[in-house]
Design a protein around this ligand. Structure first.
Ligand SMILES: [Zn+2]
Length: 200
């Protein structure tokens, strides 16, 4: 007996509804997300592509979800906690200098800059080091989907380290990417996406 709301027909229907909702969400006039507050010249960004990219490029569901929350600037940080009166101050955990906004956490903090310089050097054989710039790190870029995927994962790594106040090291990042790659190989999906990381 197929229970109401269960079975193949229902999942097919859910899939069609999901696709239709996504199409409607992406179609027409696209909402400009809050991450645009941290970028210059926001007019030049095609936000429809940015939304689409956060659904298509990240390999795993958690990174897709992370990129979605990043674009809408709804990731928890000290800036928000201070605003909600849950912290005494908004200063960055690592440099104890500027307010820990999303922009500071992921880009302008010296600690984040050091991290991105190391990531750029790690990927220098696969891409131009100039690829790692603020817009590409924040929004991604289809020119090299594999690198884009790694950068989205690196952002998630950076965030996990920051919220747990743990050291941000390249060894940690390499272990993290290996864990993700093994996970993807385990489900036997997208494995080619991780070829860039084979020799890291
Ligand atoms: Zn900082």
């Amino acid at each position: 007996m197929v229970l109401p709301g269960k079975g193949p027909l229902c999942s097919l229907k859910s899939n069609i509804i999901y696709k239709e909702l996504l199409k409607r969400k992406l179609g027409g006039s696209t909402h400009i997300p809050r991450i645009s507050n941290y970028l210059d010249d926001t007019e030049s960004n095609n936000w429809r592509d940015v939304y689409q990219r956060s659904h298509t490029i990240p390999v795993d569901t958690k990174t897709k979800d992370f990129q979605y929350r990043f674009v809408h600037d709804i990731l928890i940080n000290k800036y928000w906690l201070y605003k909600w009166k849950l912290k005494d101050n908004a200063k960055c955990t690592y440099c104890n200098g500027d307010s820990e906004t999303t922009e500071h956490m992921f880009w302008s903090c010296d600690k984040s800059q050091e991290f991105w310089a190391s990531v750029a050097s790690l990927l220098s054989e696969s891409t131009d080091q100039g690829w790692i710039n603020k817009v590409n790190v924040f929004l991604g870029n289809e020119e090299n989907e594999n690198i884009c995927n790694i950068v989205f994962s690196a952002k998630r790594f950076l965030y996990n380290k920051r919220i747990h106040d743990e050291p941000i090291t390249m060894l940690g990042f390499k272990l993290y990417t290996r864990h993700l790659r093994n996970l993807e190989h385990y489900v036997d999906k997208w494995q080619n996406k991780w070829d860039y990381l084979t020799d890291i």
